[in-house]
Design a protein around this ligand. Sequence first.
Ligand code: SF4
Ligand code: SF4
Length: 201
Amino acid sequence: MVTHAFFELLKQFFKDPVTNRFPVTNTPHNMHQTLKAVEAGKAQLNPSVPIPPGFRGKIKYDRDACIGCQMCIKVCPSQTIEFIPDDRKVMFYMSRCTFCQMCVDICPKDCIRMTDQFIMANLDKYGDDMIVKDSGPFVAQEKKEAEAMKVEEEAPAPKRKKPRAPSKKAKPSGKKLKAPARKGKASDEKPVRRAPPRKRK
Ligand code: SF4
Ligand code: SF4
């Protein structure tokens, strides 16, 4: 048992890191100076680790598409979502969110989504960055794009002209073909005169 755990521990030294050493390899003593050095081109930030598909980051919300049914509020386990009765819309307090995605799954209008955004550190948990009120009309935009793609796919492909197959027999053109001129035509040749036969003595 101990041996197995030891080998598992040893294996970790040779594996690639699964987390991002953010923002620089060794944690600096003074972050402000590090950021200034980055701006001046004297230091470089580590490239971020690729975000896996299906990542549950900060919520985005299409206010225009929302019908105010409050289904998201009913399923939310952490009271992140607040109903605005005057507008019949909702808003999200991200400092309370547990990123469970229940609201996304239940929304009948598909107007809540989880994004790739994971940097949400803020001193003020009720600051503007930490409250999601409207992320733009992405539902209508996506619908438009999907319809445009559908029209493109359904459009018939332009017909191509078939190249004419060459005929096996050449058709007579109706014109009489001239016979090739013979060598030494009769008209050109001079008549050969023969000598008269000799009389016998
Ligand atoms: S992801 Fe979960 S916790 Fe966050 S708002 Fe939606 S239901 Fe609430
Ligand atoms: S479930 Fe969707 S449509 Fe209903 S209130 Fe929440 S965000 Fe709006």
